[in-house]
Design a protein around this ligand. Structure first.
Ligand code: 13P
Length: 339
């Protein structure tokens, strides 16, 4: 492990006013996204869609890193340049999702554990050769009346730490993503309690497995009411609860926190990040690592048609620009109506 390499990569990703595009949808997830616009999920269509995103002019002013799925890391742009090189040439750090997805947790009722540790050391070496400098692993925690169990939190925290240690050994910055889902009926206070329990266990596991906090990034959910909750919290309530929870549980040595959007609308995800950054200096940088909240308008505009590529790229550019502003607390909703 080279601590300086890890710290430098983490700082490069956390450049002021920039964040991450999560374009690492697995084959199953991208099929769902493409189905939403009636496009078949063939390898050619997946390449065409990623080509649209990665060749959008000017987004490198707001996007410092892109998380790729394994298939995409080994694909090339329309002009034959490997995608990882297309990104690196623009000063964007290529990253790779390395987990193999969330599977049923044995002897638990309806909870999940993320798999993919076996052979990970060897895969990381291949990904590094292909240009990946950071990685992502997502653990999934669901809130119901009885869940999450300590068993689910502990096993996911342990796996996240094992993954993070293997990444750092390969000089790849691990993004540690324990996602508390926003699918339930729970209120914001429940989300805050559960997110706090999860972060506490994750940082205990990272410490127990010698992970260098200065050489990793955290990708948490925001503290937010469940989608089906009757009581949706205001933007200010989300910002205050999220910051309180993070300040209690995330060591100041961590250089950056890059939120997932988790099913929030694109504009709300931007407003929440902006509100947090308007509350002044925090121990860590606060930015975005959005999938849906950066891509949704572009996907809808594209519809799988070459003649729509330009308008789709404009839609993606706008979300990248507005989130770049939110990462500095200088976003305003007027920017949504700007051309
Ligand atoms: P969303 O922003 O769509 O939640 O995706 C981010 C991500 O990478 C989830 O693992």
């Amino acid at each position: 492990m080279n601590p300086e390499t890890l710290k430098n990569t983490a700082h490069e990703i956390m450049s002021p006013g920039k964040g991450i595009l999560a374009a690492d949808e697995s084959t199953g997830t991208i099929a769902k996204r493409l189905a939403s616009i009636d496009v078949e999920s063939t390898e050619a269509n997946r390449q065409a869609y990623r080509n649209l995103l990665f060749t959008t002019d000017g987004v490198e002013n707001y996007i410092s890193g892109v998380i790729l799925f394994e298939e995409t890391l080994f694909q090339s742009a329309d002009d034959g340049t490997p995608f990882a090189k297309v990104l690196a040439d623009k000063g964007v750090v290529p990253g790779i999702k390395v987990d193999k997805g969330a599977k049923p947790l044995a002897l638990a009722s309806d909870e999940k554990i993320t798999e993919g540790l076996d052979g990970l050391r060897e895969r990381l070496a291949e990904y590094a050769k292909a240009g990946a400098r950071f990685a992502k692993w997502r653990g999934v925690i669901d809130i119901t009346d009885e869940q999450p169990s300590d068993y689910c939190i502990d096993t996911n925290a342990h796996a996240l730490a094992r993954y993070a240690a293997l990444c750092q050994e390969a000089d790849i910055v691990p993004i540690v993503e324990p996602e508390v889902l926003m699918d339930g009926e729970h209120d914001i206070a429940t989300c805050e309690r559960v997110t706090g329990r999860v972060l506490k266990k994750v940082f205990e596991a990272l410490d127990g497995q010698n992970v260098l906090l200065e050489g990793m990034l955290l990708k948490p959910n925001m503290v937010i009411a469940g989608k089906k909750s009757q009581k949706q919290a205001s933007v200010d309530e989300v910002a205050d609860a999220t910051l309180r929870c993070l300040r209690r549980h995330v060591p100041a040595a961590v250089p950056g926190i890059v939120f997932l959007s988790g099913g929030q609308s694109d504009e709300l995800a931007t407003a929440h990040l902006n509100a947090m950054n308007q509350r002044g200096e925090q121990p860590w940088g606060l930015s975005f690592s959005y999938g849906r909240a950066l891509q949704a308008p572009a996907l809808a505009a594209w519809q799988g048609k070459p003649e729509n590529v330009e308008v789709a790229q404009k839609a993606y550019h706008k979300r990248a620009k507005n989130n770049g502003a939110a990462a500095q607390g200088s976003y305003s909703s007027d920017m949504e109506s700007a051309a």
